[in-house]
Design a protein around this ligand. Sequence first.
Ligand SMILES: C[S@@+](CC[C@H](N)C(=O)[O-])C[C@H]1O[C@@H](n2cnc3c(N)ncnc32)[C@H](O)[C@@H]1O
Length: 250
Amino acid sequence: MRRNRDADWNDWPVADYLAENYHRLHPCDIGVIRHHAAVYRRCAPGALARTLELGAGPNLYPLMLAGAASRRIDALEPSAANVRYLRRQLDEGPDASWQPFFRLCRSLDPALPASCAEALRPVRVVRGTADDVVPGTYDLASMNFVAESVTEDFDEFTALCAAFVRAVRPGGRLLAAFMERMPSYRIGGGPVWPACPVDDTLLRAVFTPRTTGLRIARLAKDRTLPEYGDTGILLLRAERPDTTVPKPER
Ligand SMILES: C[S@@+](CC[C@H](N)C(=O)[O-])C[C@H]1O[C@@H](n2cnc3c(N)ncnc32)[C@H](O)[C@@H]1O
């Protein structure tokens, strides 16, 4: 069994990953963006002081989506290759291939600024892993294709999800996307990356005891993507329980 530390995340194949997944808008991206935009749209512009994108990778669309509601977005990512890509996108402007993603995000959330570069202005790239998250820091945390795509160990998957939930303050919001039933996978012709196949039942077992307002939706398998062995995508929204004890009435 390969655990998270057994893979060399610094060697993540950024160019191949982008070419396979994000050089054009796939039907599954539209589904994920619609799901996440519905949550951000309900937040007033600038209402969230600090939000987290856990395991950001080189994917810019979750960062764009947060751009209207969040005053500071931490893109937390362990891989040197992904951090380099993200910093270049922020410093030199996003690649043209991200424009269709931004147009869709803005059509769903008109509070987003007119340009993608502007929407990404609150983003800070932070090098680190889920272990580096200080509990209770964020108003909202988002995690896309991470906990299930970085280890073959279900206990470690659960620990990553627990760190994701703990990242937000009590009452904070959680937004996530998971590949459904995806085994360990290859990007391009490269090495095998560790994954654990998760389904709706497992997500409920992991998140029900840790969250409130849990909702899980499903997107059908996207056949325009390479064959990763998945059966679709699971979309999650929930909140961390608000543990504030109500004051006794006098
Ligand atoms: C399949 S990629 C998903 C990237 C991106 N979130 C997306 O939507 O395309 C998995 C990402 O998780 C990152 N990662 C690996 N181990 C991690 C850990 N322990 N904590 C946080 N992120 C991790 C990898 O570097 C990689 O960027």
